[in-house]
Design a protein around this ligand. Structure first.
Ligand SMILES: Cc1ncc(COP(=O)(O)O)c(C=O)c1O
Length: 469
């Protein structure tokens, strides 16, 4: 299937007058204007000329329920009529209490309390701040250091850029952010030459122990990780074995584990929490965002055990907040989205449809040798693009495969999320993460469009002088 989306040609990415859309802040790319989206329905987005695009990555892995979900829209209307705002330090609201209660039930023991903020980065910042307050209140004044994985991503605030494993923004903000200790992420597609996956994990676990020795384990506050990665690692999956060992080391030294499930949580991986797939590495705190608001509202959440929250409340408390924290409108939307997810068994659907999508994308590799790997869990999949599937060599600097394919895909009726991180040092991946409502038939439609885009990319790469294979 190849659709022609001629409306793209009527828009420039530069903007002639004042104002303009958000993307004009990014590096100018006049050859590749973005579509102007005016409407969404089911897994589809429509531009002003009526062209239809499959939302192949759920925006940036957020629109779990697709678009135009009636239950959520009714909840928005009803709540907007009733109460839009009451600040959480000034008043309690039913919407805050109801969503916290529902989350405690679905997240299970160990995650009885929920702290609500406005998005993923803010929720990560909250989890780090909460961890520090917990250490401080208990007299562990030296605990300030964080350990994270390279590559990884934990948000775009100055506080979280240093925590993440993308060297590009860290270079810009090095003197302004707190750069964490980094250990290698055990990349399943790219273990060092000659090493098995387990040998690579053991190498990294030994490095973790050495890092703690060097820093002083009593100074380490927390280890933060994505159970299934996002763009930075192309949905790399951490094993139960790896996280079990990290858990044991953290327990031995009183170090907390924070699971960044901003992308992976809320059912996308086939269980409500992605951490449930790795039960021996159970985190102390879990951070949710994106899918929990399903794209209908800005919402980020830190889940924490009642034991920690209640003990801390008896000591110093956690006395920080934001104006929009636990916003009743956002909480009502979050509750409607959660109920929809549970009642329609969209978590089970993510597991089933995700397995089929992974299989179909792998099948494309026969015709498209640049598809090196398709990995992830449920409907959180990453497709790695390589110039050579045998050596796993990536495309060179000038050809950013994720950016090129993302743009070409518009012509085949798909919007895709993916960008080059770490200057492509760990490979180039695109997110294959459609809404959790996706059907098997829709998978066939999206794989046909994606395959056509990848084939066009291969032709273009050859034209630009790249050698494939
Ligand atoms: C794993 C992960 N953590 C944190 C964030 C930051 O979330 P937000 O963009 O909502 O601030 C993201 C966003 O892409 C993410 O993928």
């Amino acid at each position: 299937m190849s659709l022609h989306h001629n409306a793209l040609e009527t828009h420039d990415s530069s903007w002639p007058g004042p104002g303009g859309p958000q993307d004009i802040f990014a590096k100018e790319d006049p050859d590749w204007p973005l579509p102007r989206i005016v409407r969404g329905d089911d897994i589809y987005l429509f531009d002003e000329a009526g062209n239809r695009f499959i939302d192949f990555s759920s925006g940036p892995v957020a629109s779990n329920l697709g678009h135009n979900n009636r239950r959520v829209i009714e909840a928005i209307k009803e709540q907007a009529e009733k109460l839009c705002f009451a600040q959480s330090r000034v008043a309690r609201t039913n919407e805050n209490i109801d969503l916290a209660d529902a989350l405690a039930q679905v997240a299970g023991p160990g995650y009885e309390r929920a702290f609500f903020v406005s998005g993923g980065s803010e929720a990560i910042d909250t989890a780090v701040k909460f961890s520090r307050q917990w250490a401080y209140a208990r007299g562990e004044l030296n605990r300030t250091r964080m350990v994270s994985l390279m590559p990884s991503y934990h948000g775009g605030l100055i506080s979280t850029l240093g925590l993440g494993g993308d060297e590009v923004p860290i270079e810009v903000f090095r003197d302004m952010t707190v750069v964490s200790e980094k250990i290698d992420a055990p990349l399943t597609y790219r273990p060092p030459e000659g090493m098995t996956q387990e040998e690579n994990e053991d190498r990294i676990l030994a490095d973790f122990a050495e890092t703690l020795d060097r820093v002083g384990p009593e100074k380490v506050l927390a280890f933060i990780f994505e159970p299934v990665g996002g763009v930075a690692s192309g949905a790399n999956v951490l094993s139960n074995r790896f996280l079990k060992s990290i858990r044991q080391t953290c327990n031995a030294h009183g170090i907390l584990m924070i699971a960044d499930e901003v992308m992976a949580g809320a059912g996308r991986t086939g269980s409500f929490l992605a951490s449930a797939h790795t039960p021996d590495g159970k985190p102390d705190l879990v951070v949710l965002a994106k899918g929990i608001g399903a794209g209908y509202t800005p919402l980020g959440i830190m889940l924490a055990p009642a034991s920690m929250v209640d003990e801390l409340a008896r000591l110093t408390g956690y006395p920080y907040g934001h104006t929009a924290a636990a916003n009743p409108l956002s909480c009502a939307i979050g509750l409607a989205a959660l109920q929809e997810t549970l009642e329609r068994d969209l978590i089970g659907n993510a597991a089933r449809v995700g397995a089929y999508l992974q299989q179909q994308l792998m099948g494309l590799a026969d015709e498209c040798p640049v598809i090196g790997d398709v990995r992830g869990r449920g409907l959180l999949l990453g497709t790695e693009i390589v110039a050579d599937p045998v050596t796993k060599r990536s495309f060179s600097g000038e050809i950013s495969a994720p950016d090129r394919i993302r743009r070409i895909a518009f012509d085949h009726g798909l919007t895709i999320y993916g960008r080059r991180t770490n200057n492509g040092r760990f490979g180039d991946a695109l997110m294959s993460s459609p809404p959790l409502i996706t059907t098997m038939e829709q998978v066939d439609e999206m794989v046909a469009g994606f395959g056509a885009a990848v084939k066009d990319f291969m032709d273009e790469a050859v034209r630009l002088g790249a050698k494939i294979g």
